[in-house]
Design a protein around this ligand. Structure first.
Ligand SMILES: Cc1cc2nc3c(=O)[nH]c(=O)nc-3n(C[C@H](O)[C@H](O)[C@H](O)COP(=O)(O)O)c2cc1C
Length: 187
């Protein structure tokens, strides 16, 4: 296969990492729109598209509300994010109201699209599971029809010197992965 096509997506995947140094600028709303177009083009079971994204751009009042729900360790660096995006998945199928076993699977697929589109457009991202689920449900009026996914920090890269030594070490360390032989079984 032509190496250009082999590498163009892999390059974006390789260059993505969970960044902690953001530059504290709100996101361009047109850029956000493109990222969500990518997210919503993900595959989903029965094409149910169970995902929901609650977007708090830095210049919105929602930013502080979402920020307050983050775990203290995440607040330390996410304070400079350009936007915080809360993700959730509808747990029953729109089609027939039956439980959708794949709801969180499909939310994850759309999140991956979002992260990679953001990366390709020169943004950096960091997914967080460390947040207060009860508080975010209350803040955004998210009822039990939805399972919570994550909160994603998106923004432009900031000065690494703003980070603590531990954060800096984490952001600069090589990304560690299990070997392919541990996770891929060829049949
Ligand atoms: C669902 C999920 C929850 C995560 N929660 C946190 C978190 O609360 N705080 C944090 O600093 N990183 C969090 N991460 C980031 C992971 O630690 C990171 O993705 C992993 O170490 C791999 O590093 P990489 O994203 O740079 O490749 C989370 C990632 C995912 C996908």
């Amino acid at each position: 296969m032509n190496s250009y096509f082999k590498e163009m997506v892999l390059d974006i995947i390789n260059n993505r990492r969970s960044v902690m140094a953001f530059n504290a600028e709100p996101l361009d709303t047109e850029d956000l729109k493109v990222m969500f177009q990518a997210a919503t083009l993900a595959p989903s079971a029965y094409n149910d598209q169970p995902w929901m994204f609650f977007v708090a751009n830095r210049n919105s009042t929602g930013f502080a509300d979402v920020f307050q729900t983050l775990a203290p360790a995440n607040r330390e660096w996410a304070k400079n994010a350009g936007a915080l995006v809360v993700t959730a998945a509808r747990i029953n199928l729109s089609l027939n109201g039956e439980p959708n076993y794949h709801a969180l699977h499909d939310l994850g697929a759309s999140t991956a699209n979002l992260l990679l589109q953001a990366q390709a457009m020169g943004y950096v991202t960091h997914v967080m599971g460390g947040f207060d689920h009860i508080a975010i449900r209350e803040t955004l009026y998210i009822d039990e029809a939805f399972a919570l996914g994550s909160i994603i920090a998106i923004g432009k890269s900031g000065d690494i010197e703003q980070l603590t030594p531990q954060q800096k070490h984490r952001q600069l360390s090589p990304r560690v992965r299990k070997s392919l032989s541990d996770v891929v079984k060829m049949l």
